[in-house]
Design a protein around this ligand. Structure first.
Ligand code: LLP
Length: 418
């Protein structure tokens, strides 16, 4: 067996079910993305049942994790999906979703991007006047949706705040007259409006404020069939410090109120949608890696491992924090925490997973696990430094471990150059 020297998320959630991190690395090699089906389904159900309002169709934002085996579970749980590129549309259709279960919300789409969705009969939301004009040229006399900027943004980092004054996203509400003109001139019917204010908020205030703004504005249009409020619902990355999850019950109650009041004012029970990615996929996934050793430089103790930013890009990209667990087979391991900096194997000094983190000192052969890596983990990974991308495995509810994406090979690295 093995000892977990720090953290207890995987123990508390029975994450490894019938297997162990050592068995997994033994069989599938390192580094390795591991997902737990029970946790994934639990989150899908929570989102599906967020509100009591009848005409509610939650979408899973596939950009967070696009593994086809996970998408099939999303379909099985009855959610729809939002996509942002032809590739995401391709993946969603390949996992069994039908066109009317997809919503396409691209940004700076080319003609080819738009035509891809038009040919597949997927409803598209455009997010600028120029994109609306382009869409009108390609597909006049049709239905369209528009992403508006509700004026209020939120998110864990400026890079992922997608509403307000400093963002490339969304049509401004002040552009209302021009929007109406383009719609009328091209016989386009505005069937939906949407927002996405940014990614990862733990308090719902900004989301409720932007939603209130959007719904007030929605009353200007009488053709709407749905309103989509976007994603952005956060998860507690600091569980080891006792961080609490977003209060979904309170949020659901607020939304229920807002939805039914809007339905009264609008005169019908319009469809409401949300499209979260992170809150659904994040906590069901971790990355396992191998500790390669420790070293001292000046006053920093480095713990090295094989999880570089090619495997998990979030820390270098946003200074993101992820809880860490360490597993060892050593007898009587030292459990005393000391400040260490955990780094990967990429040839850049920025390749840091965790800075000055209090951890017990691991040794070569111990396994390091990065928590909450199911969203924007594998999806943002690369083969930088010519490290083939990791494998992904799913610990099924039955306890069976399924390889859901094989590890890339050196052949894969060269395949597109042939
Ligand atoms: N809808 C739209 C239009 C989006 O752009 C996004 C995320 C979502 C929904 C889902 O947002 P979520 O519920 O997952 O927060 N790579 C960053 C996050 C980027 C989010 C991009 N858009 C990260 O790792 O934190």
């Amino acid at each position: 067996m093995y000892t977990t020297t720090i953290g207890n998320y995987t123990k508390e959630t029975n994450f490894f079910n019938c297997t162990t991190p050592f068995e997994l690395i033994n069989e599938f090699d390192s580094p390795l993305y591991v997902y737990n089906e029970n946790i994934f389904r639990k989150r899908l159900k929570e989102i599906k049942n967020l509100v009591k309002y009848k005409n509610f169709v939650p979408h899973y934002s596939v950009k967070a994790n696009t593994n086809i085996h996970l998408l099939k579970i999303v379909k099985d749980e009855g959610l729809h999906v939002d996509t942002m590129s032809p590739g995401e549309i391709y993946m969603a259709l390949a996992s069994g979703f039908s066109s009317n279960e997809l919503f396409y919300i691209p940004n700076n789409a080319t003609q080819d991007d738009l035509n891809y969705a038009i040919n597949k009969k997927i409803l598209t939301s455009v997010d600028s006047l120029s994109q609306l004009k382009l869409y009108a040229e390609l597909n006049p006399n049709s239905n369209v949706a528009i992403r508006f900027n509700p004026g209020v943004g939120a998110g864990h980092h400026q890079k992922v705040v997608t509403a307000g004054k400093k963002t490339k996203f969304g049509v401004n509400m002040s552009e209302f007259d021009e929007v109406k003109k383009i719609l009328e001139e091209n016989n386009l019917t505005l069937v939906g409006i949407n927002q996405h204010i940014g990614s990862l908020f733990m308090e719902s205030d900004a989301f409720i404020e932007s939603t209130t703004n959007l719904l007030e504005f929605a009353k200007e249009f009488d053709t709407l069939e749905f309103i989509d409020l976007g994603g952005g619902f956060g998860i507690p990355y600091h569980k080891q410090e006792g961080q609490k999850p977003l209060d979904l019950i309170a949020l659901g109650d607020k939304l229920d109120n807002i939805f039914s009041n809007f339905a009264k004012d609008y005169g019908r029970e319009i469809q409401f949608q949300i499209e979260p990615g992170r809150i659904i996929a994040c906590e069901c996934g971790i990355v396992l890696g191998t500790v390669t050793g420790t070293k001292q430089n000046s006053d920093t103790t480095y713990v090295g491992c094989d999880i570089g930013f090619n495997v998990l890009a979030r820390p270098i990209m946003y200074d993101s924090y992820h809880d860490i667990e360490i597993y060892t087979k050593r007898e009587n391991p030292d459990l005393i925490n000391q400040p260490v900096t955990v780094v990967g194997n990429i040839c850049e000094s920025g390749d840091i997973l965790a800075k000055d983190r209090a951890l017990p000192l691991p040794e070569y052969g111990d396994i390091i696990a990065i928590m909450d890596a199911g969203a924007y983990g594998f999806a943002m990974s690369s083969s930088y430094n010519q490290r083939p991308r990791s494998a992904e495995v799913l610990i099924c509810s039955s306890g069976e471990v399924k390889l859901i994406r094989r590890r890339e090979t050196f052949e894969d690295l060269i395949a597109c150059m042939k």
